[in-house]
Design a protein around this ligand. Sequence first.
Ligand SMILES: NC(=O)c1ccc[n+]([C@@H]2O[C@H](COP(=O)([O-])OP(=O)(O)OC[C@H]3O[C@@H](n4cnc5c(N)ncnc54)[C@H](O)[C@@H]3O)[C@@H](O)[C@H]2O)c1
Length: 344
Amino acid sequence: MARRLEKMRNSPKKIKIINTAIIGCGNAAAWIDVNNLKNYRHTFSHMTHIQKNPKFRLIACADKSKKNLIQFSKKFKVEKIYTSSDKMLNENNIDFLIVCVPTKFHIQEAKKALNYKKIKLVLCEKPFGFNYFKAKKIIQDYQNKKKVLLINYQRRWSTFYNNIKRQINIKKYGKLTNIIGIVDRALYQHSSHMIDLSIFLAGPSKEIYGNIDKNVPPRIVHGYKDYAANITIIHKNNVKTYIKASSETMSKRWFELDLHFSNGRIRILNDDTICEIYKYKPSKQFKNCTELSLIDRKKNKFEDRMKSLYLDIEEFFFKRKKLNKDNLSNIETLKVIEKVLTKN
Ligand SMILES: NC(=O)c1ccc[n+]([C@@H]2O[C@H](COP(=O)([O-])OP(=O)(O)OC[C@H]3O[C@@H](n4cnc5c(N)ncnc54)[C@H](O)[C@@H]3O)[C@@H](O)[C@H]2O)c1
């Protein structure tokens, strides 16, 4: 009996609602979706999900800009607002923290959560800072404190891409040999999602080559220059990825993949709107040869991958679901970009 009481005392309290807080109340936090949600196939902003799901309660938010803070808190009726994230963390019992500040502040803000025992999970925007080694150190600190850190590369939660990964693993079309990815610029923006996806599908890198595309001007993001580039990754399993992370202008959106297998090919078009499967069939023109032949072309339905991410978070708190903690794989993207940039 005494042992049971002791166990009950030591086991974590069941929570009824996930006390949530946000640092950085800008586009990723809310405004991308608020401004255009009905036209999107996917969602991009955290508040879209916090608002819809009654299991989450946004108890506080922090932003160093008073103007942004007031605009955000009015829209989402947040009572406790702070221009200092330290003050917000000190004064509130937060379970779940979302970090949506500009990239140069990711590490600094994510590090603060380590000092608060009650914070069990931190969801930080991609790419998790600019420095692979600094990111790796924080990830180790999170592991030591038994906290979960997620980096918001949404496609990792997509049913579609998880299905593609399953097909690669079971060698449905033979061995994966190459990935060709085409994405608009710039490296730490849209392109980082393509690099992360190649790591997700083919595993960690062994060799990285690449150079900045000097024919297109860099994007200026939060005051830094973010470049376009051409990248080659040789993965540890010898799969080779080539990524064209470049476009004349940001408005020419492009996110497509071509996966080559020993016995076939998968083409993923227009940000997974269309998926084509090819297999080798006996050739009519070349004797004793086969040729790639289109065997299936599917149109994908709308898929809200951020909703899946938030359902996972909900299950983490209420059903103790184990979440993907492969953060080292997530920050491989930083390693790739750093290598490409230091070569120039
Ligand atoms: N996953 C995605 O698809 C996606 C989409 C857009 C942006 N992002 C990422 O989200 C991050 C933020 O981008 P954004 O477009 O929302 O920027 P933003 O400028 O719209 O918003 C950032 C907010 O953070 C505030 N801020 C800046 N420094 C701060 C600090 N030290 N402490 C507290 N608040 C601070 C700013 O005042 C601003 O309100 C970037 O790292 C970007 O890469 C990811």
